[in-house]
Ligand binder design. Sequence first.
Ligand SMILES: NC(=O)c1ccc[n+]([C@@H]2O[C@H](COP(=O)([O-])OP(=O)(O)OC[C@H]3O[C@@H](n4cnc5c(N)ncnc54)[C@H](OP(=O)(O)O)[C@@H]3O)[C@@H](O)[C@H]2O)c1
Length: 253
Amino acid sequence: MNNLKNRTVWVVGGGSGIGRAISVKTALEGAKVWISGRNIVNLNETAGIIKRKHGSARVSVCDAVDYLQVKKTADEIINKDGRIDTLVVSIGRAIPGSLLDTSFENWKDLQSQHLDSLFLCCRQALAGLKKSKNANILVIGSIFGLKGKENRLAYCTVKGGVANFVRALALDLAGKVRVNSICPGWVQTEMSMKLVDATEDPKATLKARHGWHPIGRGGTPEEVADLAMYLISDKASWMTGQNIALDGGYTAR
Ligand SMILES: NC(=O)c1ccc[n+]([C@@H]2O[C@H](COP(=O)([O-])OP(=O)(O)OC[C@H]3O[C@@H](n4cnc5c(N)ncnc54)[C@H](OP(=O)(O)O)[C@@H]3O)[C@@H](O)[C@H]2O)c1
């Protein structure tokens, strides 16, 4: 369990869900983990889990769509650890809706949450990543960045943007920083359960979410984190520019 020994890993969105599972596994692989997000209580909870497992975790409150806050966090990490080996971006929310029931406000908000944050975090982390011999970026995309889906117009649009951001950035940084994404199917987290609970019949909706996947169930944050451990380690040293579906067979159709 030492594939990431002494690596500095910054997990944006490490306070909950998939980002939390990645933070914990990264720390157990020997990395020095920095967790950022807006909610200090959630960040401290993740750090507490890591510390109880004898890992290294530091937290930084940072709104990923705020240029100055992102710069402050990136600079703090680089000043304290000298470099950034891995940047993980696992943030944002999903908003259901087709063209007419997506407000312009929600449309713009989703772009900011998923795309502005990605741009800002990658840009500010780059100076630190360039100081690493094993530099890489991992983004959490979605199967809905690879395929269309009814009633998910804004979310499909931004996740499609994330997938092509990954390809284009990987080309620009080839040989210096590897850039990949994991595109999960439905994963049970706070975010996904909020959407389920907001439906008319949450029990039926939950069953339907699991039923999306040929395997017969949705995924867990830990299953996403397992693939993340491979992608951010040197075992994936030849892999860049890829958006990898992890989805119980959803995209095999
Ligand atoms: N769950 C699924 O079914 C699923 C499937 C495919 C893809 N994904 C993707 O996986 C990623 C993580 O989702 P999740 O399910 O793990 O949801 P989650 O538990 O709600 O985690 C999202 C995290 O993003 C952080 N965040 C949101 N806006 C932020 C901002 N402006 N600045 C900093 N942090 C921010 C939140 O922390 P704060 O509130 O503390 O800021 C939270 O910790 C998202 O990109 C999502 O689209 C999820």
